[in-house]
Design a protein around this ligand. Structure first.
Ligand code: HEM
Length: 506
């Protein structure tokens, strides 16, 4: 062994020693500083902080909340703390001291609060994947501007013209992936692919073919990264998500430039509502300049894909399970859908007017989202000290509401664990505003409701008029990670009712 090698070995050991020393020093500093910080905060706010404990430094109650999410016991987790502390309490979650609020009044406060009091800032790890200019990250006038552009495409008057297109995607999907399959089907991954395809076709104008195939694995990697521990080491899920974003952005930019060129060529006769990207490119300021920058468009369409992909597929997967388990709801839905099917030709596409007749089916979906809320938690950040309910929420703290906890409050929804779609009948007594918050509320309320409704109703229509199905595992369980994932993807066996219904004009 040469002196050079010994010298290198010595340098390496010094490096390891110094690095470890630095890590231990940082850990000690954190362990000392955090309790000191908490002590001074309590002193500063003269014990006006809400009751509850921040728990061990850094970790706080994050692990126990994650465990409750995983085992689908989130309402119990919140209920225990509400019983101990009341509707306003503090905890430490995901690295931040947090004030948790419960009830419709609190929901209204959080959802409608002025952006100068509460911001929607996401953790830096999330905005690195979604992009810093995505709609969920923006506030004030920037948020309003991007939201106007988004809603101008997602409003019913525009979506109406796309019902047949969504229906065609669904029929193609069922024909290719469900029809004539004798083996067990995994419903959840199939429906995820379907919702991805619908969003690609409708919002990005990317039709079936190799281009769409290239997008899917990149989006999947990004989605998985959003829900992972943000460590940027090779082979971590988070690193894969960042790499996927780096590959996806140039592809989306290319798509955006194609659409911009297409728009310039056909300025006069082009349809500005052809797809979301074209719609965003078409919105102009008074001086003729585009209202949104390229970066805002790219980041927003990535965020829209993420927001619309898992949520609708979770709802549809739970509906497939419900219809296999509850014969009475199943036959009511079949009756409603058959009435619509019988007055249409066998290969005729669904229209907006057909969807408006599916009232019972939508009440079932609404009740499903009350019991299995796709977005169970909403976080905000205090931009200044806020007084709420006799307590102080200090600047910089997180504020959390749980929609699923509100949905399980028996004072708002009597007998809350019972699945009862009649709660949403026209003449049923309605709970106070901000009690049903599956789609949020206020200026950040989900702009995708109409699209989610359209996808859900059209898919249920095609499913119950084409197949019957049975669950292969009656009690297949699921984990929330944080979106619900069935252990085996919800295994079913399907039988076609008749052959002709899925045919469509290609
Ligand atoms: C069953 C389906 C869906 C559910 C339950 C759902 C639920 C929600 C909720 C609760 C929020 C508000 C979160 C908060 O305030 O913290 C939200 C926001 C959002 N959703 Fe949905 N969503 C669904 C489908 C969709 C679809 C299909 C799209 C896309 C077209 C979409 C796009 C968005 C966007 C862009 C936001 C952010 C809005 C903003 O910050 O202004 N969602 N969604």
């Amino acid at each position: 062994m040469s002196y050079i090698h010994i010298y290198k070995g010595f340098l390496f050991e010094c490096f390891v020693f110094l690095t470890m020393g630095l890590m231990i020093f940082t850990l000690l500093l954190v362990l000392i500083l955090i309790p000191l910080f908490i002590f001074f905060q309590h002193k500063k706010y003269n014990d006006q902080l809400p009751p509850g404990s921040l728990g061990p430094p850094f970790i706080g109650q994050s692990l126990s909340l994650l465990k409750a999410l995983k085992t689908d016991r989130i309402e119990k987790w919140f209920q225990e703390r509400i019983t101990n502390h009341g509707p306003v309490w503090k905890a430490s979650l995901f690295g931040y001291p947090t004030v948790v609020l419960h009830g419709p009044t609190a929901n209204k406060f959080i959802y409608t609060c002025d952006g100068s009091l509460l911001s929607n800032t996401q953790p830096p790890s999330v905005s690195k994947i979604l992009g810093s200019k995505n709609i969920m990250e923006l506030s004030g006038n920037d948020h309003k501007r991007v939201r106007v552009a988004l809603v101008s495409f997602l409003k019913p008057e525009v979506l109406k013209q796309y019902v047949a297109k969504v229906d065609e995607e669904i029929r193609h999907h069922l024909q290719t992936n469900w029809h004539g399959k004798h083996e067990a089907l995994q419903v959840q991954p199939l429906i995820k692919t379907l919702t991805f395809n619908i969003i690609c076709s409708l919002l990005f104008g990317i039709e079936r073919g190799p281009r769409r195939e290239k997008f899917l694995p990149l989006f999947k990697d990004m989605m998985a990264g959003l829900l992972s521990i943000p460590i940027t080491l090779p082979f971590t899920r988070y690193k894969r998500a960042i790499t996927a974003r780096m590959k996806l952005v140039p592809m989306l930019l290319h798509l955006l430039h194609e659409k911009r060129d297409g728009l310039m060529e056909k300025t006069q006769q082009g349809n500005p509502h052809k797809d979301l990207i074209t719609s965003m490119l078409s919105i102009r300021n008074d001086d003729g300049s585009t209202m949104m920058s390229e970066e805002e468009i790219i980041d927003s369409i990535i965020a829209v894909m993420m927001a619309g992909y898992d949520t609708t597929s979770v709802l549809l997967t739970f509906l497939v399970r419900l219809l296999a388990n509850d014969k009475s709801i199943y036959s009511n839905i079949v009756r409603e859908q058959q009435e619509i099917a019988t007055i249409k030709a066998s290969n005729e596409a669904l229209r907006w007017e057909d969807l408006t007749k599916m009232r019972y089916t939508w009440r079932v979906a609404t009740e499903m989202m009350r019991i299995n809320t796709p977005v169970p938690l909403s976080f905000r950040r205090a931009k200044q000290d806020i007084e709420y309910g006799g307590f102080i929420i200090p600047k910089g703290w997180q504020v959390l509401l749980s929609a699923s906890m509100t949905h399980m409050d028996h004072s708002l929804f009597p007998n809350p664990t019972m699945f009862d779609p009649t709660r949403f009948e026209k003449h049923a007594p309605s709970p106070p505003p901000f009690s049903y918050v599956a789609f949020g509320g206020g200026p950040r309320m989900c702009p995708g409701i109409e699209l989610a409704r359209m996808e859900t109703l059209a898919m249920i229509h095609r499913l119950v008029t084409t197949f019957t199905w049975e669950l292969l595992e009656k009690d297949e369980s699921f984990k929330r990670v944080p979106m619900p994932e069935f252990d085996q993807g919800l295994l079913v066996r399907v039988k076609p009712l008749k052959q002709t219904v899925l045919s469509y004009e290609a």
